[in-house]
Design a protein around this ligand. Sequence first.
Ligand SMILES: NC(=O)c1ccc[n+]([C@@H]2O[C@H](COP(=O)([O-])OP(=O)(O)OC[C@H]3O[C@@H](n4cnc5c(N)ncnc54)[C@H](O)[C@@H]3O)[C@@H](O)[C@H]2O)c1
Length: 332
Amino acid sequence: MRVGFVGVGRIGAAHAQVVRDHPAVTAVRVADADPVRAGKVAAELGVEAVATPADAFTDVDAVVIAAATSAHAELMIAAAAAGLPVFCEKPVASHVAGTRAVLAAVEAAGVATQIGFQRRFDAGYVAAREAVRAGTLGEVRRLHLITADAEPPHPSYVPTSGGIYRDCHIHDFDILRWVTGREVATVYATGANRGAEVFAASGDVDESAAVLTLDDGTLATLQGSRYNGAGYDVRMEVAGTAGTYVVGLDEHAALTSAEPGVTFPGGTPFREFWSRFRPAYEAEIAAFVDVARGERDSPCTVADALESFYVAEAATLSRNEGRMVTIEEIRA
Ligand SMILES: NC(=O)c1ccc[n+]([C@@H]2O[C@H](COP(=O)([O-])OP(=O)(O)OC[C@H]3O[C@@H](n4cnc5c(N)ncnc54)[C@H](O)[C@@H]3O)[C@@H](O)[C@H]2O)c1
């Protein structure tokens, strides 16, 4: 399989290495709006740099899009027009209209798609989902989700990211749906600007919180940060009438117990997403190779991603207007 890449920044370069190392992959071509960056990554990986996205879509069997979020929709639609199976990083677009346009384009073209919600491949989230499905936790009543970066992204990332709910918490919204099998009904979200000026200047926040109600009345709370000094902290608690599961509570958890004599967790916290989720990223790329070869169904389609995007959009609107927002309002 020959794979074209568009966008080889922080995550694109890491994905490109995983793709290059996949035994089914024979060639990788990388393009980036910054040609110096494309050339540097290509040289480091021993793959070919090409000048434009159109070049990356030529003479390949599948494409991976890991450019800035604001470029995803146009690139996804171009990949669909070229008839190529496409893996795209989350979110699919910066807005609902763009996400719907991508969905229409990929459905009309009949191309296979996979969106980069790697938590669906993480062992802890998989175990939590199975426990919910098996009834091990009894009736699920409450969830708590945290996505906190140790350091903020580089300043040029922020204005094109879509904001913390579409950029970071979209992972929480996706995994909340995936683990519980329920849809979000309402969102009340808020946020604060405590960090660099670029967040406020982009209409974004760097500290976030939300309360969500699922369609069966289950309550979920959410917190996020771009400045979690203790480390990269991604966790989910699922509490039911018969038990509670916690994802992300191991030796690496970015926590210190205040209880005298308690030394857990004693390991080194992760500082960023790649080291925390590396096995999941590798598994999602392996799945995409199978999806592109027609050997399995997509584990995360554009239609799935649209559902989580509705929640992110509702959270953004809720924070902007200081009111509870229903997902129906966004869907309509
Ligand atoms: N799944 C995850 O855990 C995860 C983690 C980080 C980032 N992401 C997503 O991956 C995407 C990239 O994030 P990043 O952190 O690598 O950002 P980044 O800013 O480090 O890299 C983005 C790259 O895209 C290039 N680019 C921008 N517009 C382009 C265009 N029109 N055509 C070609 N190249 C273009 C930039 O030059 C840059 O090299 C974002 O959509 C982000 O939401 C996902």
